[in-house]
Design a protein around this ligand. Structure first.
Ligand code: NIG
Ligand code: FE
Length: 391
């Protein structure tokens, strides 16, 4: 198999886990990466790189692992421009807006949904995302949820069943009946297409007992839990995530000290989604508090038409640094290795021998520029599984 060396890299972020305690980003200056097939086979100083058939000159720029966006909602139709406009004139965000997208998604054909999904994925790839998770949750019938998962599974292995996004409108007077559907026929139809199960645990969506019942039923079907937890208010979501060993508790905007302690003593990642606070003009999650307590933090987009219509991980990195107390190094780690941890993956989010050759080349000398130069399209090269997809 022929190998390619990317050389003349001013700053290489490897996220080498063996250096986590001393140098979490595993930085190498004046570095090179060797790719064979879809994998990284060597990283180190340029001067020591093995000879290969093909050579790419990085031109003294920075290379980092492709972003791992571990939280998005990309199977939907329509948009919510009017709701956004109203919010920017002072109306608060609530879970109720989800119904607008449910109606549009149900009315859309498969081709329209998939075209929309593909468009957003291409947009994300151009901004450096090489692994992404995505969810159902805008169908809320057995057929519409299974359809969303089937379509998503054509594009990623990280597919999440979110039948419990809100109570379906048909069950407005019978939430228990909807929970029975989500844990019964809908779960049976959806489980074969998904790896994960998620619940929106929040006032106006599902309470702690309902969320526990739903996630436990999913676990019994072989799905792994993750939770929309503590987004709009304090609540039981984070504690439940830890209790069930969820891979991730997502949002984590309103946390008690007990919630932070529970996360710190667990293997549940706190996935922060600053696009949602930006787009709903809400208070930021306190990343500093979580990091100082020893919690593993991931950063993702939450890309969805209601609360966070951005596919840009670099934008989220910049927000996290500016407004959530993260250093640029911490934010870059969270958007790569952190996302991988939130998906319980060790083959992405790091550039070490054996990992997938998913790389981002920045038009900048270091990864710090992602936060230092907000809004600037710095991603100038993306390799996915060893293939250059963006140049
Ligand atoms: O993660 N919190 C629940 N779900 C989405 C919002 C979905 C929507 O508003 O359409 C979120 O923010
Ligand atoms: Fe979400």
């Amino acid at each position: 198999m022929s190998a390619t060396v990317i050389t003349n890299i001013a700053t290489l972020v490897t996220n080498d886990p063996s250096l986590r305690d001393t140098d979490p980003l595993g930085l190498v200056r004046d570095a090179a990466v060797v790719i064979e097939g879809d994998r990284v086979v060597w990283t180190g100083e340029s001067s020591k790189a093995p000879a290969t058939d093909n050579r790419v000159d990085a031109g003294g720029r920075a290379v980092l692992p492709g972003f791992v966006d571990s939280h998005s909602h990309l199977v939907f139709a329509g948009d919510r421009t009017e709701e956004f406009n109203a919010r920017m004139s002072g109306r608060p965000y609530s879970a109720g807006g989800i119904r607008t997208t449910v109606a549009a998604t149900r009315a859309a054909g498969d081709a329209e949904l998939e075209a929309n999904l593909t468009r957003h994925l291409a947009e994300a790839l151009r901004q450096g995302t090489t692994t992404f998770e995505t969810k159902s949750g805008y169908g809320l019938t057995v057929e519409d949820e299974a359809r969303a998962l089937r379509l998503a599974a054509r594009h990623t292995e990280e597919v999440t069943y979110l039948g419990a996004h809100i109570v379906a409108p048909e069950f407005a007077d019978d939430p228990a009946g909807y929970v029975a559907l989500v844990t019964g026929d809908m779960l049976n139809a959806c489980a074969p297409h998904a790896r994960w199960i998620d619940v929106f645990c929040e006032k106006g969506a599902f309470d702690g007992d309902q969320a526990r019942a739903i996630l436990t039923a999913g676990k019994a079907k072989g799905l792994h839990p993750r939770i929309h937890a503590n987004q709009l208010s304090y609540g039981p979501g984070v504690q439940l995530a830890v209790e069930l060993d969820a891979a991730s508790a997502d949002h984590c905007t309103h946390l008690t000290d007990a919630d932070v302690d529970a996360l710190a003593n667990s293997s549940t990642v706190a996935t922060l989604l600053p696009g949602a606070e930006f787009s709903t003009r809400a208070a930021w999650p306190d990343a500093r508090r979580l990091l100082d307590a020893g919690v593993t933090v991931a950063l993702s987009t939450d890309c969805n038409p209601g609360s966070s219509f951005t596919s840009s991980v670099p934008f989220c990195v910049a927000l996290a640094v500016r407004d959530m107390g993260m250093t640029p190094d911490e934010a870059v780690w969270a958007a790569t290795a952190g996302g991988a941890a939130a998906l319980r993956r060790t083959d992405v989010g790091r550039l070490v021998p054996g990992a997938y050759a998913d790389l981002v080349l920045l038009d900048a000398p270091s990864h710090v520029h992602l936060a230092y130069r907000p809004g600037v399209p710095l991603v100038t090269g993306v390799w996915r599984r060893g293939v250059r997809e963006v140049r």
